[in-house]
Design a protein around this ligand. Structure first.
Ligand code: PEP
Length: 252
């Protein structure tokens, strides 16, 4: 049985004061939803504030990216050691906005995944096709390639040390979503790849999230799918009411 996981990706939003205020509101809304795991991924600048404000609530904190080296002359980068120091337990890797605007490649993601695992940070590995790839019938191929290349060189996995997020690029921030059935098809396909690469037991344990315009009005259909274990939420995670409601609706 996989525990549902709802992750808020705040992207480049909120000052530290606004971040603390959002967490305070969420704490009261999430006090009776312990069956669902929750992680908040604010910008680097608010990580410390969010980690402190989350203390004792059971809400996890994650980053939206990291570099793979522990330290050194990498101006502008943040290391896994620094994330652990601030209290992070998750890190989003390979988000399509990193791929689109910052040249993130599967090869980079793979180095970051290895580094995250070494530091006991749970990588949330994002995969997903663009609209033109979907229209060309390439969804499965693209997602397989992204997942396999992100896990390149990792020979053993128990399953609970990674999370995979299926995020169709055309559904992110657009108000459009994949149909729950289509999303479940891809999640099932990704699970089969994990079973072939590692083992059926590993594949059974990996949590696979759906991401792309998730909101209170559509979460129930996604979480009801057998292969979807939660959501990576962008826009709707910036409001306590909508994010709190998404989490509440995942309590079985
Ligand atoms: C995301 O940023 O990962 C995301 C899914 O955004 P949104 O929920 O706004 O589509």
């Amino acid at each position: 049985m996989r525990t549902p996981l709802i992750v808020g990706n705040w992207k480049m939003n909120l000052t530290t004061k606004e971040a603390a205020s959002l967490v305070e509101k969420l704490r009261s809304r999430l006090s009776d939803t312990k069956e669902v795991e929750v992680a908040l991924c604010p910008p680097f600048t608010s990580l410390e504030t969010v980690a402190k404000t989350c203390k004792g609530s059971g809400i996890h904190v994650g980053a939206q990216n990291m570099f793979w080296e522990d330290q050194g002359a990498y101006t502008g980068e943040i290391s896994p050691v620094m994330l652990k120091d601030l209290g992070c337990s998750f890190v989003i890797l390979g988000h399509s906005e990193r791929r689109q605007f910052f040249g993130e490649t599967n090869e980079n993601v793979s180095k970051k995944v290895k580094s995250a695992l070494k530091h006991k940070l749970i990588p949330i590995i994002c995969v997903g096709e663009t609209l033109s790839q979907r229209e060309a019938g390439e969804t499965d191929r693209v997602c397989r390639e992204q997942l396999m290349e992100s896990l390149e060189g990792i020979d053993n996995l128990e399953g609970n040390e990674i999370v995979v997020a299926y995020e169709p690029v055309w559904a992110i921030g657009t108000g459009r979503t994949a149909s729950p059935k289509d999303a479940d098809h891809v999640a099932n396909f990704l699970r089969l790849i994990l079973a072939n690469t590692y083992s059926a037991r590993t594949a059974e344990r990996v949590r696979i999230l759906y991401g792309g315009s998730v909101k209170p009005e559509n979460i129930v259909e996604f979480i009801a799918q057998p292969n979807i274990d939660g959501a990576l939420v962008g826009g709707a995670s910036l409001k306590a009411d909508s994010f709190g409601e998404i989490v509440r609706l995942c309590v079985i």
